[in-house]
Ligand binder design. Structure first.
Ligand code: DGI
Ligand code: FE
Ligand code: FE
Ligand code: FE
Length: 189
C-alpha cells in the first residue's frame, strides 16, 4: 500500500475542496468510532479518507471505469449511475493506492448502500459518512449520539433515514440498502 501522505495528496487532487474536507471529516469520525468499537484504527483511517475518491468523476467517467474494470452493472445502477462511485472507488483504491485489504475495499464499495451482514468496519464508514462534523441535517445530532452508544442501532437509523430520503425523492431503492436493513433487524449481533 502507498503511504498515507501519498494517498492524502492524491485524494486532495481528485476531489473538490469541499469533498476533500468531507473525506477528512469521515476519516476523523471513523477513527474515533474504531477506537470505541475495537476495530483496527488504521483500516478505518484509510477507508474513511478514500471512501469518496470516485465521487467527483462524471457519470461518463464512472461508466468508462466500470467498463474498464469489468464491473457488473445491476439494472438499478444503470438508472442511478451515481451509485457507482462506491464500487468504482473500491477498484480505484486498489489500482491507485495498492490497497489490498478486503475489509477496507468492501467498506469503500458498500459505503453508499450498505449490504447484508455488514462488518463493523462497513458500519463505521457508513455512519461516519453520515455524521462527520460538516454534515448538517434534521436528526444528525440524534444519530451522532446513537453512534457513540450502539453501532448497530445507529447504522439501522442511518439506513432508515436514507430509505426515507430516497423514497421522498421518488428514486429507486437499491436492493443492498434493503438487505442491509433487513439483516440488521434479523440478526442483532
Ligand atoms: O457520497 P456522499 O454524498 O458522501 O454519501 P453517499 O455515498 O452515502 O451517497 C449518499 C447518496 O446516495 C444520497 O443522495 C442517497 C443515495 N442513496 C443511498 N442509497 C440509495 C441511494 N440512492 C438511490 N437511488 N437508491 C439507494 O438505494
Ligand atoms: Fe485544499
Ligand atoms: Fe459517497
Ligand atoms: Fe462520503
Amino acid at each position: 500500500m502507498k503511504d498515507l501522505s501519498y494517498i492524502k495528496q492524491h485524494i486532495h487532487i481528485m476531489l473538490t475542496e469541499k469533498r476533500y474536507q468531507h473525506s477528512l471529516g469521515v476519516q476523523k469520525t471513523a477513527v474515533h468510532l474504531a477506537t470505541l468499537y475495537d476495530v483496527p484504527v488504521e483500516k478505518a483511517r484509510i477507508a474513511g479518507l478514500v471512501h469518496d475518491c470516485a465521487k467527483d468523476l462524471s457519470v461518463d467517467q464512472l461508466l468508462k471505469h466500470a467498463a474498464q474494470f469489468d464491473i457488473i452493472m445491476d439494472d438499478l445502477t444503470k438508472y442511478q449511475p451515481e451509485l457507482l462511485h462506491g464500487v468504482v472507488g473500491a477498484v480505484l483504491a486498489k489500482d491507485l493506492f495498492d490497497i489490498e485489504d478486503i475489509e477496507i475495499i468492501d467498506a469503500i464499495r458498500y459505503h453508499t448502500t450498505g449490504r447484508s451482514s455488514m462488518t463493523k468496519l462497513d458500519k463505521i464508514i457508513y455512519l461516519a459518512d453520515f455524521i462527520e462534523p460538516s454534515r448538517d441535517f434534521d436528526g444528525v445530532d440524534l444519530l451522532r449520539k446513537a453512534a457513540l452508544s450502539d453501532l448497530d442501532k445507529a447504522t439501522l437509523l442511518a439506513l432508515e433515514h436514507t430509505i426515507r430520503y430516497v423514497m421522498n425523492k421518488g428514486k429507486l431503492l437499491h436492493v443492498d440498502t434493503i438487505h442491509a436493513r433487513n439483516s440488521l433487524l434479523l440478526r442483532q449481533d
